[in-house]
Design a protein around this ligand. Structure first.
Ligand code: CUA
Length: 334
């Protein structure tokens, strides 16, 4: 077992109690997969080590006091008056001040390091919505939602915004937390050193669906990422592959769908709901609320308020044929 693994296991034990209620394996900030996440992790370990040392020393003094007190009662000898208060000054003031000063310096330095911009960083705009995440690559003219594709080994600058209340963007394995604040543009810098899917959550209570506001950061090899971006940029999937999907496109643009959603390269350009240009390639519906399959999509279109109460999508009544056609169209967008 490597030292890193051992530390991870120790920390998992400490945290097990608090996370017992969560069921599935939660992403851990103690399992950093990029330089930013690792520097946050290092601060955590320093804090943990200092707190543990204080705990052990104070516990030791308590044990000594108990044992001495009992012995004295047995001897019935009067308590000794402490000779001076050096111990209190040292343990009560000097040591805490030193510990807090060390933590302050390390924290400020780490924060400054995390804010540094890099020359070749990739810009991504992420806007918190009710309750999902709008994702844009301004330099490529690409829009998507919930799944944030990034290339491995390249610094990413995420510009965070909100068009409603305050949310917080947190992908524990890649970086620290940054709030999204209406009327303000915050920046979060991160980099993934290994390909993979990293789960993110909203980390600031924001309303009834706060818990159903997750997302994925999908880190790919640079070539795979470039291919993905080029495909999205070209508006792949716009020409429906089947007759049914083509009819679905007509229904989509005629009915309420196009009033809120956009599909690149079609007359649908609204920005109220998630951009659906690559909907068929996404793993989930409603920000990781439900899996993306035909049956779930049918339910989502007809009764979205039962699946995710409070979200801004109204129920859409479609005939059986129209519904099937719209589903075929959306699933073909990939
Ligand atoms: Cu968005 Cu909590």
């Amino acid at each position: 077992m490597t030292a890193r693994r051992a530390r991870l296991r120790a920390a998992s034990l400490v945290l097990a109690l608090g996370m017992a209620a969560c069921g599935q394996d939660p992403p851990s900030m103690l399992d950093g997969r990029g330089p930013e996440a690792r520097s946050v992790e290092n601060v955590w370990w320093l804090m943990f080590a200092l707190a543990a040392a204080v705990y052990v020393v104070v516990s030791g003094f308590i044990v000594v006091a108990i044992v001495r007190g009992r012995r004295r009662r047995e001897d019935t000898e009067p308590a000794k008056e402490p000779k001076d208060d050096t111990f209190i000054w040292f343990g009560g003031i000097v040591v805490p001040v030193v510990i807090l000063a060390v933590l302050a310096v390390v924290t400020i330095r780490t924060t400054q390091e995390l804010r540094k911009t890099e020359p070749d960083e990739l810009r991504i705009e992420v806007t918190a919505k009710r309750w999902w995440w709008d994702v844009r690559y301004p330099d490529a003219g690409v829009a998507t939602a919930t799944e944030i594709h990034i290339p491995v080994g390249r610094p990413i600058d995420i510009e965070l915004m909100s068009d409603n209340v305050i949310h917080s963007f947190w992908v524990p394995e890649l970086a620290g937390k940054v709030d999204t604040i209406p009327g303000q543009r915050n920046h979060l810098r991160l980099e993934a050193t290994e390909p993979g899917e990293y789960r993110g959550a909203c980390a600031e209570y924001c309303g009834i669906q706060h818990a159903n506001m997750s997302y994925l950061v999908i880190a790919e090899e640079p070539a795979d990422f470039e291919r993905w971006l080029a495909r999205r940029s070209a508006g792949a999937g716009v020409t429906p592959a089947s007759e049914q999907a083509a009819r679905g496109q007509v229904v989509f643009n005629r009915e309420a769908c196009a009033g809120c959603h956009a599909v690149k390269g079609t007359p649908a350009t609204a920005t109220i709901g998630p951009d659906l240009s690559d909907f068929g390639a996404r793993q989930t519906i409603g920000s990781l609320t439900a899996p993306n399959d035909s049956a779930t999509l049918a339910r989502w279109i007809t009764e979205p308020q039962r699946m995710k109460p409070g979200n801004l999508m109204p129920p859409t009544a479609l005939s059986g044929d129209d519904l099937a056609a719209v589903i075929a169209y959306l699933e073909g967008l990939e």
